[in-house]
Design a binder for this molecule. Structure first.
Ligand code: DUC
Ligand code: ZN
Ligand code: ZN
Length: 481
């Protein structure tokens, strides 16, 4: 009988379509067999547990470079530790481009920092300034394996106007990349913010008032319409409300290649959290803003319909008390001056399992599809990542579907000094994490070493091919930059 390097025995394997009792045999870091009575030099007992593909978090901010120098507080080492503790084995993070500067040097610095990763990783490339010179860098960057460009339709100093956005869409179409879009209306948020501050409404809760769902819906509609003009596939990041999801559903119904992502914060946080006493509300500020119970119900419906098919963390690396953290401008800072973002790498899977599978809203296979298989497909990491099948990397999580845990910041193992989910009771928890055949987490103990993660260059892939449908049959991307 073949002896594998590692055999995971007695568990129930869950894929994006089915679940079945099977052992998993691993050799050379890959899954070699899924079947009965497999033996290994080392055995992991998965009796009573589920065997899931390691999570693929296709949107998280780790050690992201900042325009004034330095980087996010969450380092590759601490971010990876949190990911592995939570059952995530691959991430897609962000190389940045700053206005007035080329991509090359900042990408080189980011690559060098990512050398400390303990999870496998690919990059999105943020484009904030699509000048001719920056666009000229893109073919080489895309060919090197960064096949997703990220753009912001709001946020100083990152946002693009419509013409700039069109230039990025056209470049992506010419060179074969997906475009991911942060959809909120910059001008309207700025105008609302001025009005709120002038009225003395400055507390964290007014962050949500400054950017209501109508502004996310408008930007989502516009992002899709312009992508349709260029015939360029896009993914809408962090959908927080059914109004935006409806725009995606309508576009998909007419054949547009657009996908939607949401995040756990939109299932368990709400605008009311930003109204907690004192400065506590700042801990829950992210963009788009958490909404209300009705919006959450609408997001679950959008997941059920397949309109939203990826759940990422949008993990953002700011502490409450850290040097660039929520309190950087003091505890009486107005909402405009409080950094946005919430940490969530370590809690993503547990919250989605608890709110989704344990609560009876989605199946275990839906969970696998939303958190691993579909993000891997959409970002060109499939079939290496996101699936339990022979030939795939042996990235696996042994998952206890009934274990009850109360989330604390210590359990998250990130460097950030808080979690917005402190005290949240969840059902379902990772017991062990296997990265390319190596057991790197057991019972919360992460044993991976910095530098153990591998870069994942993405080759051209079919899932993001354009349709070849243009108004009047004319392809503008070939004629303009
Ligand atoms: N929103 C983002 O778009 N990125 C990171 C943090 C946030 O709140
Ligand atoms: Zn965003
Ligand atoms: Zn983000």
């Amino acid at each position: 009988m073949t002896e594998f390097d590692l055999a995971i025995r007695g568990g129930t394997v869950v894929t994006a379509v089915e679940q079945f009792r099977a052992d998993v045999g691993i050799r050379g870091g890959r899954i070699e067999a899924v079947g009965a009575n497999l033996r290994g030099a080392r055995t992991l007992d998965a009796g009573g547990l589920l065997v899931l593909p390691g999570g693929v978090d296709s949107h998280c901010h780790i050690e992201q470079l900042q325009p004034g120098g330095g980087a996010d507080e969450e380092s590759w080492e601490t971010g990876s530790r949190s990911a592995l503790a939570g059952g995530t084995t691959s991430v897609v993070t962000f190389s940045t481009q700053f206005k007035g500067r080329p991509i090359g040097p900042s990408l080189a610095e980011y690559r060098q920092r990512a050398g400390q990763a303990m999870v496998d990783y690919a990059f999105h490339q943020i484009v904030t300034d699509p000048t001719d010179a920056v666009l000229a860098e893109l073919p080489g960057i895309i060919a090197s394996g960064i096949r997703s460009l990220k753009v912001f339709l709001t946020y100083d100093p990152l946002w693009l106007d419509d013409r700039q956005y069109l230039r990025v869409l056209a470049a992506a179409r010419r060179h074969g990349a997906l475009v991911t879009v942060h959809c909120e209306n910059y001008e309207a948020i700025g105008w609302m913010t001025e009005a709120l501050l002038a009225a003395g409404l400055t507390a964290p809760k007014y962050h949500a008032w400054s950017r209501p769902p109508v502004l996310e819906r408008e930007a989502t509609h516009r992002a899709i319409a312009l992508a349709e003009l260029v015939d360029q596939p896009i993914q809408i990041f962090h959908v927080s409300c059914p109004e935006a999801a409806e725009e995606i559903a309508r576009a998909r119904a007419r054949g547009v290649r657009v996908w939607g992502e949401t995040c756990p914060q939109y299932f368990v946080l709400s605008a009311a959290d930003m109204d907690r006493p004192g400065f506590e509300g700042a801990k829950f500020m992210c963009s788009p803003a958490p909404r209300d119970a009705k919006a959450t119900a609408g997001l679950w419906e959008a997941i059920r319909l397949g309109t939203l098919d990826v759940v990422s963390s949008d993990h953002s690396g700011w502490s409450f008390d850290g040097p660039r953290g929520k309190r950087v401008n003091g505890t009486d800072a107005n909402f405009r001056d409080i950094p946005n973002g919430v940490p969530g790498l370590g809690s993503r899977l547990a919250i989605l399992w608890s709110e989704g599978v344990a609560a009876g809203r989605i199946s275990a296979s839906d969970f696998v599809r939303l958190t691993a298989t579909q993000p891997a497909r959409l970002f060109g990491l499939h079939p290496k990542k996101g699936s339990v099948m022979p030939g795939a990397d042996a990235d696996l999580v042994l998952w206890d579907p009934t274990r009850r845990t109360t989330i604390t910041n210590a359990l998250m193992q990130h460097t950030i000094d808080y979690t917005p989910y402190e005290g949240l009771a969840v059902t379902g928890w990772p017991v062990a994490t296997v990265r390319r055949g190596e057991v790197v987490m057991q019972d919360g103990q992460v044993t991976a070493q910095p530098g153990g993660g591998q870069y994942l260059p993405v080759a051209p892939y079919d899932a993001i091919a354009p349709r070849g449908v243009f108004a009047n049959g004319f392809d503008p991307s070939t004629a303009c930059s």
